[in-house]
Design a protein around this ligand. Structure first.
Ligand SMILES: Nc1ncnc2c1ncn2[C@@H]1O[C@H](COP(=O)(O)OP(=O)(O)OP(=O)(O)O)[C@@H](O)[C@H]1O
Ligand SMILES: [Mg+2]
Length: 347
């Protein structure tokens, strides 16, 4: 395969891309340290690019505060980017002035960690699912009831749940209702922000499998945000790894999780409970267990945010954040040191 061919395949076309994020940066105004000081600026997302192919799941992982939710909120148009282009379901999101058009709000849905926050406690399941059908499609009466029952069936619930209120459902059942509510308006993309993090492990698997079944049947795409690497690996076709607002590595889930190239990704996977005794592990991260940030080493604003903790750091890492470089096995890594060994070489 030639490089030109690879590039075309990577870039994709509008028809096979449901979400394209290009060079997205988002800042928040923080508090003041002193009353006379200017407000600090929190760079929540910096120059992030990401693509979700149609009918696929892209997992977004990274430790708390790395910017995962902020990316999801930008796609939903709940935060205003500093710069960058977001194209989702054929709409250029950053061009919206004010709230997005109804067609966009239908096409891009969201499911959050805690459905109690998004399901009206005063509505039963029939009303929760019937409401979007009325608002967006004008459905009423028997037609609406049939569609509500179809949605319940799709998420593995039955008509016995129609008259339940959210607090009368288990966590897993509530999340099924939240998913059904998202599906009610025929979305192209669902932003799943920690959709199983609050659930028991056994229920997590059921919900992840349900999402996969729905994707297979309906061709819906997911941006799957989570901090649990095992869940993300199982749920995603591709995985993107964030650290302090930067996308460090992306690629096929098996490649990123099985052969991580970025020192941060390796550290992340080293923190996952692993049945292999530490002494038998051979990853670079295992060779550098729990490396603490080194005092005195600090990245410039444009440097790599991981530099102080990085076992492979070089002088340029404090100065410039590296361009994403293609990696053998698929995807890219943004690392001066890791990029030296790839692409095209062994390992
Ligand atoms: N509304 C806000 N105002 C100010 N700062 C914010 C706001 N929302 C997020 N931040 C900051 O932006 C950064 C990214 O936060 P974000 O919630 O996107 O992280 P996350 O990766 O989703 O973390 P978690 O795993 O804890 O959910 C953090 O430093 C956070 O404190
Ligand atoms: Mg979050």
């Amino acid at each position: 395969m030639t490089n030109a061919h690879l590039l075309t395949a990577d870039a994709g076309t509008a028809a096979d891309t449901v979400l394209e994020i290009d060079d997205l940066s988002i800042e928040f105004r923080g508090g003041r340290r002193r009353s006379w000081a200017p407000r600090s600026v929190v760079p929540a997302v910096t120059n992030a690019s990401l693509r979700v192919p149609r009918g696929r799941t892209v997992g977004l992982v990274g430790e708390s505060g790395s910017g995962k939710t902020t990316i999801g909120r930008a796609v939903l148009r709940l935060v205003e980017p500093k710069h960058g282009v977001i194209t989702a379901a054929g709409f250029q999101v950053d061009r919206f002035r004010g709230s997005p058009p109804a067609a966009y709000r239908r096409a891009v849905q969201a499911v959050f960690q805690d459905p109690l926050g998004s399901l009206d406690p005063l509505m039963d399941v029939r009303q929760i699912l019937g409401e979007p059908l009325r608002v967006h499609f004008g459905l009423r009466g028997a037609a609406r009831e049939a569609r509500v029952r179809g949605l319940l069936d799709m998420v593995g619930l039955s008509s016995a749940h129609l008259s339940r209120y959210p607090h009368e459902l288990s966590g897993g059942q509530r999340q099924r209702v939240a998913i059904a509510k998202a599906l009610a308006v025929d979305p192209e993309l669902i932003i799943l922000d920690e959709p199983v993090s609050a659930l028991d492990v056994s229920v997590q698997g059921q919900i992840v499998n349900l999402l996969a079944d729905i994707q297979r049947d309906l061709g819906i795409s997911y941006l799957f945000i989570a901090h649990d690497l095992a869940v993300v690996r199982h749920a995603s076709h591709e995985v993107a790894v964030m650290y302090r607002g930067r996308i460090m590595e992306v690629g096929p889930a098996d490649r990123v999780c099985g052969a991580p190239q970025h020192p941060y990704t390796r550290l992340l996977f080293d923190a996952v409970p692993d049945p292999t005794p530490r002494a038998l592990r051979t990853t670079a991260a295992a060779d550098q267990p729990q490396r603490k940030p080194e005092p005195g080493i600090e990245a410039a604003a444009n440097g790599c945010p991981f530099v102080a903790r990085c076992p492979l750091r070089m002088v340029e890492c404090t100065q410039t954040f590296p361009e994403p470089t293609p990696v053998r096995g698929g995807g890219t890594v943004a690392c001066h040191a890791a990029a030296d060994a790839t692409p095209g070489s062994h390992n």
